[in-house]
Design a protein around this ligand. Structure first.
Ligand SMILES: Nc1ncnc2c1ncn2[C@@H]1O[C@H](COP(=O)(O)OP(=O)(O)OP(=O)(O)O)[C@@H](O)[C@H]1O
Ligand SMILES: [Mg+2]
Length: 454
């Protein structure tokens, strides 16, 4: 450079200095910008990593409704990869109503606005395999660099109407929580039901115990009366006999002995009944069930009662209705059942009435719904019958019907014993009332019952 003009040289120097300063300042600015750029990149990286590490699914939509971010949790919840969702409308993630056909952000916003109790009515999302996932939703619109979060969704209406640049939604998977809650609710209900059932059972057991207690008291009252009557007869007639041993005629003494014998017989019958029932209930009764003639057994027992029936002006009628009279049963025990039924019919029939025993073939259905051939006999009378609500309970021990409990005598054991015997034959015994008055007791047993288990 020529320094011929000193003024020029000075000016050039000054310009060079200015340039130098500007260069320094520019370098400083570039360094600042680079640092800011780095900061921005690191902030963005941090944000991205936060977004991807979040436990809730976060999806960002652009203003045109396409996905611009789909975090890892979203990938897990919906089973789609971010790459598949990017720049898509993501309509497969929800069952969209017609009004929101390709507008997922609009749908989510409308849902969030309208459904305050989101946990109660969760949003239903659809996974890749079509299974449903239950979600709670928060939405945010990003307008002009501002993030507007809608905690109170009533505000969302005005904000969204202004339009948005981007739309962020956070979806929390509540399927498992709901399932656990549902399970807890079911357990609670089951528990309540169990408690109710047990309370009912305890109440029933208590009622049952009270009924048994009541029946027992009645039985004791009855039994002492029943025992006392023949006992008095025995004591009185034996005392008469002793006093009049030398003075009374032998026939008179014979009469006393007869009465003592009858009363003793009645006592023995009662004691036998009690023992029989106790044995049957303890499963210690021994049955001899084998092929027997039903007709012969019924005729034999009927003959025993002819005398008593005649005395009471009652007629006994036998109506056989089956051809093959053979069946497997214990004639002594089943005969006892017929005796109990006949003695009841005689006891509860008005004078002049008819008592009928009829037999028939029946088809029985066993416990495992198998049909087996059976035989039936029923004892029908023309007495007062049994109140409908007592038709089952009269088979319980010591129970007597309210209609004829008073004054008829008996201990309420006959039907209980009969039921035990019939059950040992795998049969049934039921009571009903005839349409034209009187009671009917029906016994059904299979022709070939399996051997008793006891
Ligand atoms: N044919 C019938 N008509 C009306 N009531 C009946 C008849 N048979 C039974 N009952 C009612 O059922 C009750 C129970 O009968 P069950 O044979 O078990 O006892 P009981 O005859 O009173 O006494 P027990 O038979 O022990 O001497 C009877 O007391 C009676 O109230
Ligand atoms: Mg009886």
């Amino acid at each position: 450079m020529s320094n011929s003009d000193p003024a020029n040289a000075l000016a050039e120097q000054a310009a060079e200095d200015v340039l130098q300063d500007e260069l320094v300042s520019l370098r400083a600015q570039v360094a600042q910008l680079t640092a800011a750029g780095h900061e921005l990149i690191s902030t963005q990286t941090r944000m991205q990593s936060l977004l991807h590490r979040a436990t809730d699914a976060i999806i960002q939509f652009e203003a045109d409704g396409t996905v611009s971010s789909f975090n890892s949790a979203a990938e897990r919840v919906f089973d789609y990869a971010e790459i598949e969702m990017m720049h898509q409308k993501a309509t497969q993630l929800f069952d969209l109503p017609e009004a929101f056909r390709d507008n997922v952000p609009g749908y989510l916003l409308a849902y969030a606005r309208k459904t305050r109790e989101q946990y109660e009515q969760p949003l239903v999302g659809l996974r890749r395999d079509g299974s449903k996932v239950l979600l709670e939703v928060s939405v945010a619109e990003i307008a002009s660099q501002d993030l507007v979060l809608f905690d109170d969704f009533s505000d969302a209406a005005s904000a969204s109407d202004a339009g948005y640049e981007a739309f962020l939604c956070i979806l929390r998977d509540v399927t498992e929580r709901k399932r656990i809650d549902e399970e807890l609710r079911r357990h609670r209900e089951e528990l309540e039901q169990l408690v109710d059932e047990q309370t009912r059972e305890i109440r029933n057991a208590k009622d049952e115990a009270e009924r048994a207690n009541q029946a027992k008291s009645e039985f004791l009252a009855n039994m002492s009366h029943e025992l006392r009557t023949p006992m008095h007869a025995i004591l009185s007639y034996s005392e008469f006999g002793q006093k009049k041993l030398t003075s009374a005629k032998p026939e008179k003494l014979g009469q006393y002995f007869d009465r003592i014998h009858t009363a003793g017989g009645r006592l023995l019958e009662m004691i036998n009944d009690l023992l029989d029932l106790a044995k049957a209930e303890a499963g210690r009764q021994i049955y001899d069930i084998r092929d027997n003639d039903l007709d012969a057994m019924l005729r034999a027992v009927l003959t025993e009662y002819e005398g008593i029936a005649e005395k009471r002006k009652l007629s006994l009628r036998y109506v056989p209705g089956i051809e093959d009279q053979h069946a497997d049963f214990d004639p002594e025990k089943l005969g006892q059942v017929v005796r109990n039924l006949l003695s009841n019919a005689l006891k509860f029939s008005p004078e002049g009435g008819v008592i009928e025993i009829a037999t028939s073939d029946v088809d029985l259905v066993s416990g495992d719904a198998v049909h087996v051939p059976g035989v039936e006999f029923c004892v029908r009378d023309q007495g007062a019958g049994v109140p409908d609500e007592e038709l089952d309970t009269i088979f319980d021990k010591f129970v007597q019907s309210s209609r004829n409990r008073k004054g008829a005598g008996g201990t309420g054991l006959g039907l209980a014993i009969s039921r035990e015997v019939v059950h040992a034959h795998k049969g049934t015994i039921t009571a009903s009332n005839n349409a034209d008055g009187g009671a009917c007791f029906r016994v059904r047993i299979p022709r070939n019952p399996p051997p008793p288990t006891t």
